[in-house]
Design a protein around this ligand. Structure first.
Ligand code: UD1
Length: 329
């Protein structure tokens, strides 16, 4: 029997796309998700166990039952403003739960650990572009809660045989090109998702947060990565660790950015209709520009993006939103 892969948060947005790809690759998967944000029907492969990553008895049982040698850890809270108003919830769910999971994994002799980290660990980098050796300086509890787990992984790596790949995500968007799954989180805050919702009439209006940033058109610039490419980076990380690769920290982005205006223009072009856009004040805590230095992941994992195309990302986001609202295309 194949060794198992435990995917925490595998019913969520990025987790479910990764589970789908792992399933298509014939992996033996067990998903642990408390379904607070995830969806049962988004888990297309493997077994789904409803429960919490912090539940050590449950985690240890799963690791033993499925003979797990790899953990891919997505489960986390991810909303930056929420982390500012309720920091302890973020430290509990993102940092303490990760510690508990690591303890179980270490005791069970898990060999490989792939961790969902974030560009938020960089804070507000001066040049706007960040490489893996750019100093980390989170400006919110969300970024700090993830950075603390990065440190635990590195320390554990020195004290044990467990090797890891830390993936620092930039701005994920888009959905399964075949339309089976996508981002379904209610109350979403991400730009592409919000724009797709406005296009489908789920929102009255869409707000541009700040037009006076020191960027070419005054709006925030981000490195948008298609969820399919991001999911694929996890499979490449798995191959890399299985081949004996040493622990790594890697940015996940394309290495170039688009402004809010450029994103919205693209969504309107693909949708064929104008959006109702309102310009408003800056949102607290938003850096002007955040772009990945994206060479290392290509060199180390041999990762090659297939969907580095903003129109394609917008199209798949719109298609998924259309499906959610039951509108014909
Ligand atoms: C997202 C992630 C964060 C990650 C970061 C990496 C979430 C909830 N946030 O944050 O964890 O660290 O990417 O870059 O997963 N905007 C608008 N109007 C809107 C929404 C957004 O103008 O309605 C603007 C924002 O001001 C920003 C850009 O669009 O300039 C992107 O914002 P958003 O999609 O919310 O992502 P980030 O805040 O970058």
């Amino acid at each position: 029997m194949k060794k198992g892969i435990l995917v925490t948060g595998g019913a969520g947005y990025i987790g479910s796309h990764t589970v789908r790809q792992l399933g298509e690759a014939g992996e033996r998967i067990v998903v642990l998700d408390n379904l607070s944000k995830g969806f049962r029907d988004h888990v297309l492969y493997g077994d789904l166990i409803e429960g919490d990553t912090a539940d050590q008895a449950l985690v240890s049982r799963i690791l033993a039952d499925y003979d797990v040698d790899t953990v891919i850890h997505f489960a986390a809270h991810t909303i930056v403003p929420e982390s500012v108003t309720d920091p302890l919830m973020y430290y509990r769910n993102n940092t303490c739960a990760s510690r508990n999971l690591l303890e179980c994994a270490s005791e069970a002799g898990v060999k490989h650990f792939v961790f969902s980290s974030t560009a938020a660990v960089y804070g507000e980098p001066e040049s706007g572009q960040c490489w893996e050796d750019t100093p980390t300086a989170p400006i919110n509890p969300y970024g700090m809660s993830k950075l603390m787990t990065e440190h635990m992984l590195r320390d554990l790596g020195k004290a044990s045989a467990m090797r890891h790949v830390i993936l620092r995500y930039f701005n994920v968007a888009g959905s399964d090109p075949q339309g089976r799954i996508g981002q379904s989180t209610p109350g979403a805050t991400l730009l592409m998702k919000v724009a797709a919702e406005q296009a489908m009439g789920k929102r009255e209006a869409l707000y541009i947060f700040g037009t006076d940033y020191p960027t070419p058109d005054g709006t925030g610039v981000r490195d948008y990565i298609h969820v399919e490419d991001l999911a694929d980076a996890h499979l490449k990380a798995l191959d890399y660790l299985r081949d004996g690769g040493e622990s790594q920290t890697l940015n996940c982005g394309y290495g170039h950015g688009y402004s809010v205006r450029e994103v919205l223009e693209t969504v309107q072009k693909v949708h064929g209709k104008p959006l109702n856009i309102i310009e408003t004040e800056r949102r607290a805590g938003d850096p002007p520009t955040l772009i990945a230095g994206a060479d290392k992941i290509r060199e180390v994992l041999g990762w090659q993006p297939r969907y580095d195309d903003l129109e394609e990302i917008a199209r798949s986001s719109l298609n998924w939103e259309r499906k959610l609202t039951g509108q014909a295309s």
